[in-house]
Design a protein around this ligand. Structure first.
Ligand code: ZN
Length: 114
């Protein structure tokens, strides 16, 4: 019986990659996207770092100053997460578009007659 390994479908070229090879695939086939992935991770750590700092500041000072300020932390986190997701989707779509322009699928089904 063959061991079932979860396979990852590449988000850009839609090739199935073994889960252990996903990182290598993005780095060799889509270096721009891999670079963005690293930038995204850095941004996420920054967001988390500022989030933690805000929570501490919020717990120490803000809550006693103004009730409305307690919404700053969740608002900041939600805003930052949505912004990151938006940026990521834009990057993903543009990477996919660029890939499709440079690598037209040879076996692509043609639905329209020409
Ligand atoms: Zn790929």
């Amino acid at each position: 019986m063959k061991l079932w390994l979860p396979r990852h479908k590449c988000r850009i070229c839609r090739v199935e990659v073994e889960s252990t090879q996903v990182k290598a695939h993005y780095q060799t086939t889509h270096p721009e996207y891999a670079k963005w992935g690293r930038q995204l991770r850095t941004l996420m750590w920054l967001v988390l770092g500022y989030g933690v700092a805000l929570v501490i500041v919020d717990a120490l000072y803000l809550r006693s100053l103004n009730q409305i300020l307690q919404y700053i932390v969740p608002a900041y986190l939600f805003g930052a997460i949505f912004l990151l997701i938006g940026l990521h989707l834009r990057k993903l779509v543009s990477a996919r578009d660029a890939w499709e322009k440079t690598h037209p699928l040879p076996n692509e089904k043609r639905t329209e007659e020409s």
